[in-house]
Design a protein around this ligand. Structure first.
Ligand SMILES: CC(C)(COP(=O)(O)OP(=O)(O)OC[C@H]1O[C@@H](n2cnc3c(N)ncnc32)[C@H](O)[C@@H]1OP(=O)(O)O)[C@@H](O)C(=O)NCCC(=O)NCCS
Length: 179
């Protein structure tokens, strides 16, 4: 399957438009990473999130990622994902964010469904992603989206957590879903 970064923009409800990102979206996504997480982790948390989505994702992974603009051209959601290069059955959602005023309106689900369809069409049978254990909204959201929580080596408020998954003091909750 050929994935084109220039796939036609798609109209969504409420005057929103989903499209593939370009490198020009980098600064706006960085801004979302700063402001859309409700201050989770303070400035250190915001900096960690910004560093997790460096420019390279807007250079090399645009054909498997999505952004959503409102009618005035403001960015209101993004999903950064890719097809695993080394695991031919798998796809991976690296980061997703929805602007606060658009949360709980089905936008996150709409982007996930598009990514699932894209991954299936590319022959992938499994999708993975991770989140921080402090992000309970993300745990609830991924559970609702049909992801299973992988076993951890510890338990935080009933959530299985892999300690030091991304390095010393960086625990993660790991999700997997069949496609
Ligand atoms: C998590 C996030 C992507 C969800 O996007 P969204 O567009 O708000 O989600 P949807 O409207 O598609 O929600 C689908 C379902 O997920 C569950 N869900 C979503 N957000 C939830 C929350 N904050 N608490 C509990 N359940 C939640 C609900 O069951 C919801 O269905 P419902 O609204 O009918 O009850 C969004 O809230 C967000 O950007 N959060 C900050 C960034 C983040 O945590 N990203 C993920 C980790 S990288």
């Amino acid at each position: 399957m050929t994935l084109s970064p220039a796939r036609t923009p798609e109209a969504l409800a409420g005057g929103l438009t989903a499209r593939r990102p370009t490198e020009d979206d980098f600064a706006r996504i960085q801004d979302g990473l700063t402001h859309w997480w409700g201050g989770l982790g303070g400035e250190a948390g915001a900096q960690q999130r910004r560093l997790l989505v460096p420019r390279l994702f807007l250079q090399h992974f645009t054909s498997t990622s999505f952004v959503v603009d409102d009618a005035d051209g403001r960015l209101v959601a993004f999903l950064v994902g890719f097809l695993s290069q080394d695991r031919p059955d798998e796809a991976y959602i690296h980061f997703v964010g929805v602007a606060p005023e658009h949360k709980r309106a089905g936008l996150g689900s709409a982007l996930y469904e598009r990514f699932f369809a894209l991954a299936r069409a590319a022959g992938r049978t499994r999708v993975r992603c991770i989140t921080g254990p402090a992000n309970l909204a993300s745990v609830a959201y991924h559970t609702r989206m049909g992801f299973r929580l992988e076993d951890g080596d510890t338990d935080v408020d009933g959530v299985p957590v892999k300690s030091h998954y991304d390095g010393e003091g960086l625990p993660r909750v790991c999700f997997v879903r069949d496609l």
